[in-house]
Design a protein around this ligand. Structure first.
Ligand code: SF4
Ligand code: SF4
Length: 150
């Protein structure tokens, strides 16, 4: 691969600097939606209910530096075993690159525009309601259909 290729094509995920790793996150907020795993099938379902720390305006975490202290099940994506990346949405840059796929045209690193995630309809904040407004017993009513491959 030519040295002029962007960093995500030149380097493996494990080789990225912290800044490169963070830049790969498109800010879709999909991984911040509450998930339910079917005890029988093992299938993971995303709900349209967002973590209480997800800012609906920016679709970013309100306390990113302390997220793991404040929310016990917040995903530490960088330390997830490779197989667990398959539980991330198919749009997620980390999953895509781990699977050998390219970043999509709407990814900010490709488009040059952070607004392209929302414009492409990828942002979870287009559909999410905060968990502050949903009783835990009602979460199953918010299960989303499987993410389309994008
Ligand atoms: S799903 Fe992936 S790209 Fe989207 S916010 Fe989460 S880590 Fe970032
Ligand atoms: S704590 Fe922040 S990063 Fe973690 S799931 Fe909640 S909003 Fe997302």
């Amino acid at each position: 691969m030519a040295d002029t290729a962007p960093f995500w094509r030149r380097k493996a995920l494990a080789e990225l600097t912290d800044a490169e790793w963070e830049a790969l996150c498109d800010g879709c907020g999909r991984c911040c939606l509450i998930k339910l795993r079917d005890a029988g099938s093992g299938v993971l379902h995303y709900t349209g209910v967002a973590c209480r720390l997800l800012d609906p305006g920016t679709c970013r975490c309100r306390d990113y530096d302390h997220r793991r202290e404040r929310v016990a099940d917040c995903l530490a994506i960088r330390t997830l075993p490779r197989a667990a990346l398959a539980d991330l949405p198919p749009t997620c840059a980390y999953r895509r690159l781990a699977e050998g796929r390219e970043l999509p045209a709407w990814h900010p690193l490709v488009s040059g525009d952070p607004g392209s995630v929302r414009a492409a309809g990828i942002s979870a904040c287009l559909l999410a309601v905060s968990e502050e407004h949903v009783h835990p017993g009602d979460l199953r009513h918010f299960i989303l259909p499987p993410w389309p491959e994008e």
